[in-house]
Ligand binder design. Structure first.
Ligand SMILES: NC(=O)c1ccc[n+]([C@@H]2O[C@H](COP(=O)([O-])OP(=O)(O)OC[C@H]3O[C@@H](n4cnc5c(N)ncnc54)[C@H](OP(=O)(O)O)[C@@H]3O)[C@@H](O)[C@H]2O)c1
Length: 359
């Protein structure tokens, strides 16, 4: 049987994405083959395509941090997992494909009846938001928080989870994202036309307890200025290291995974050394998952339960077929997207479960 997957052929713009067709992968002994239903499109995918994300693999590679799909074939040494079961995973790369083989230990069961596009939004964006709030830092009801990029994938997740925790929320966004930020309970601050540090002090007096900052670089220093004494900045991205805002079309780049991390280290150290008891702490989903895989699993199960109970409702900005991965990444990089872009995969492929070979 053949399948399609997307490949990044060189580091650079969206023209680096190609669709290839090949034989379906076969699972090794403790692997499971998953027929992908939905794969998330996120800024880390765009950054890896540009070669600037710390998790960038060597080219050629298949992008895609997160997926939801159905177990379609079992390796001979797997146990306790059923054909036809819906599962989620965070492979970091590889999800932009019709079929993916992953170790069984990487898979988390998804409750039945959920929309795969909504479910996949939890795997990278909501886990990131949840773990920043409850593991990297510890938010308490009533605290004031500033969320940068509040209309984006992770930003809208922070707003929805922050509302459940009864936080007072402020969110930087462009004017296009302001209605969404208000609807989700945040006070929008226009990052293109306002100085967010001034605006936060005007709105709050002494500043906020916590800032979630995906921009990195100098931006972290400004975020620190928005804190009240004793506050914390959680730094979780290096958007500032992207070339041409992810639209560097036609310019082959190179793998440059650690740009901006030295500046990050300096800001963290400064947080401890400078007066004001203002801390800057880093968060990385992949590091925490490697160190504490059980926490990742536990948090994802808790988030699926919140989705099942309709206490959270991921915003799906747009659904694209797999072959339109390039357009999906271009749309994300252009900006003005509210919520998560999702690749909807295998929609027209009949179920293959009747054709399983014996294990
Ligand atoms: N550390 C981790 O474990 C982890 C995990 C997941 C994601 N991330 C990071 O999280 C970030 C967001 O990812 P995403 O997929 O949610 O991206 P996204 O959906 O594209 O959202 C990014 C948002 O940031 C806004 N923005 C751009 N420049 C800004 C600025 N200077 N100030 C404030 N807002 C700004 C954009 O608004 P407009 O488009 O309207 O301009 C957009 O709404 C990325 O940097 C990613 O690497 C980190």
């Amino acid at each position: 049987m053949r399948h399609k997957r997307i490949v990044v052929t060189h580091y650079g713009g969206a023209d680096a994405l190609r669709v290839i067709e090949e034989e379906c992968p076969e699972p090794e002994s403790v692997q499971v083959r998953v027929r992908v239903d939905a794969a998330g499109v996120s800024l880390p995918d765009v950054m890896a395509r540009e070669g600037v994300h710390p998790e960038t693999p060597p080219v050629p590679f298949t992008p895609g941090w997160d997926l939801v799909g159905v177990v379609d074939r079992l390796g001979k040494d797997t146990s306790g997992i059923e054909l036809g079961q819906t599962v989620a995973a965070l492979p970091i790369h590889g999800a932009y494909a019709e079929f993916v083989c992953l170790p069984q230990s990487e898979l988390v069961p998804v409750p039945s009846g959920l929309d795969p596009a909504e479910a996949v939004s939890l795997v990278l964006n909501y886990i990131t938001a949840y773990q920043m709030m409850h593991r990297a830092a510890e938010v308490r009801p009533g605290q004031r928080v500033l969320i940068h990029g509040a209309a984006g994938g992770v930003g809208t997740a922070l707003l929805q989870l922050g509302r459940l925790d009864r936080l007072q929320m402020y969110g930087t966004c462009s004017s296009r994202g302001a209605p969404t930020v208000s609807e989700l309970g945040g006070v929008p601050v226009d990052y293109e036309h306002q100085d967010f540090v001034e605006e936060i002090h005007r709105l709050t007096g002494d500043g906020v307890d916590m800032v979630f900052d995906p921009i990195g670089g100098n931006h972290l220093w400004h975020s620190r200025k928005a804190l009240r004494p004793g506050g914390t900045v959680v730094g979780y991205g290096l958007r500032s290291s992207m070339r041409g805002q992810g639209l560097a079309s036609g310019r082959p780049g190179r793998r440059h995974r650690f740009g901006g991390t030295a500046a990050f280290g300096l800001v963290i150290a400064g947080g401890w050394l400078l007066p004001g008891k203002k801390r800057v702490v880093p968060y990385s989903i992949q590091t925490l998952k490697r160190l504490k895989p059980e926490s990742f699993r536990q948090d994802l199960v808790a988030l699926f339960e919140l989705l099942r109970q309709q206490k959270i409702r991921p915003l799906i900005a747009k659904r694209f077929p797999l072959a339109a991965a390039r357009q999906a990444q271009e749309l994300l990089a252009h900006g003005g997207v509210t919520g998560k872009i999702v690749l909807v995969v295998n929609q027209d492929r009949p179920s293959l479960l009747g054709q399983q070979l014996p294990r």
